[in-house]
Write a protein that binds this ligand. Structure first.
Ligand code: SF4
Ligand code: MG
Length: 327
């Protein structure tokens, strides 16, 4: 069956005084119904831009220059704002790195949780009941009285739980999470990831989880998309990516992470070398300035995605070399 979300060859530029920044180039990924898909990569690789483009919350200087974002069978590129807004209120919702992005500081949690259900033609007391139930699900103690509280009266971890509750109140088929645990300490991070896991099982929605933390992705996700400098360099199941990484960038990320998937490193490791300039994108492989395995072909030609096995794909010329060397 068709995936819930099918991003096909998406390319996106940002206008800047120095020139056009080619922030996403030919990005493809799929999110199946009920799947949890992680997008990993260093900061600036385009993972947040990709998330924001899917939910239609891009800055005014962004321009999609190619590709499609097909969600539930329709292309979202060029959809009128009103339709995108309707979609965000029902079928898709998002949680952010900073919970205060989503919360109104001068309204009570209760007011905001009622407002988010404005499309539902049910009595207010029913909406209030749903809000309380959702707060229970995300682990807010004493939810009845907490509805009267303002965002600043909660801790950072509790605020993120409230944002998750609000995002799930519309019963979305896709939840997009942009590094929702980055601002939290390690203990709270584990709790939020556990919570998302439980809620996903309970509600059955798909999650697109943007992260620079490999351990979290291994813990939460079914599938992984690895991005580098605006391109998808590898994608596959968690098992594919963590056990048989097939792109030198993915290998480098995992090698620098000593405990592999167990290690609770907060940041992606540092890999030597500079990320290329995305105004003047160089020819050849985008990773070649930092790739320990680069060879002459990598300078001339950009590698196309190549199937490793099943749904596992990587974009590296070495896969061709291996295939040629095989008997
Ligand atoms: Fe490295 Fe070449 Fe593969 Fe790019 S194509 S990742 S430069 S070996
Ligand atoms: Mg980001």
């Amino acid at each position: 069956s068709d995936p819930l979300l099918d991003v096909r060859g998406l390319s996106l530029d940002f206008g800047s005084p120095r020139g056009r920044i080619h922030a996403l180039r030919n990005v493809s990924l799929e999110v199946g119904a009920g799947r949890v898909v992680g997008i990993v990569g260093e900061s600036g690789c385009g993972k947040s831009t990709l998330a924001y483009s899917i939910i239609g919350l891009l800055a005014a200087n962004a321009e999609v220059v190619g590709g499609e974002i097909v969600f539930s069978g329709r292309n979202l590129i060029g959809l009128p704002d009103s339709e995108m807004r309707a979609l965000r209120g029902r079928e898709m919702s998002m949680i952010f790195q900073d919970p205060m992005t989503a919360l109104n500081p001068v309204q009570t949690i209760g007011t905001q949780m009622l407002a988010i259900q404005y499309r539902d033609a049910v009595p207010t007391r029913e909406k209030r009941k749903r809000a309380v139930e959702m707060l229970v699900k995300v682990g807010i103690p004493d939810p009845e009285s907490r509805l009267k509280a303002y965002p600043h009266q909660f801790s950072g971890g509790m605020r993120q739980r409230i944002c998750i509750a609000m995002a799930l109140l519309v019963n979305p088929s896709l939840l997009i999470a942009d590094e929702p645990t980055t601002a939290l300490d390690a203990t709270l991070e584990v709790q939020i990831v556990e919570l998302l896991k439980d809620l996903q099982k309970d509600m059955g929605c798909s999650i697109l989880f943007v992260s620079h933390h490999l351990g979290t992705v291994a813990e939460l996700c079914d599938d992984v998309v690895v991005m580098y400098a605006g391109e998808v360099v590898e994608r596959g199941s968690v098992r594919d990516i963590f056990h048989t990484p097939s792109h030198p960038y993915t290998e480098a990320l995992l090698e620098c992470d000593p405990g592999r998937i167990r290690e609770k490193t907060r940041e992606l490791p540092t890999i030597p070398g500079d990320v290329p300039n995305l105004i003047d994108v160089p020819d050849g492989c985008i990773f070649r300035s930092r790739c320990p395995k680069a060879f002459d072909r990598c300078v001339r030609e950009a590698p196309a995605p190549r199937r490793v096995s099943g749904g596992h794909e990587a974009s590296c010329h070495l896969l061709d070399e291996l295939a040629e060397a095989a008997p």
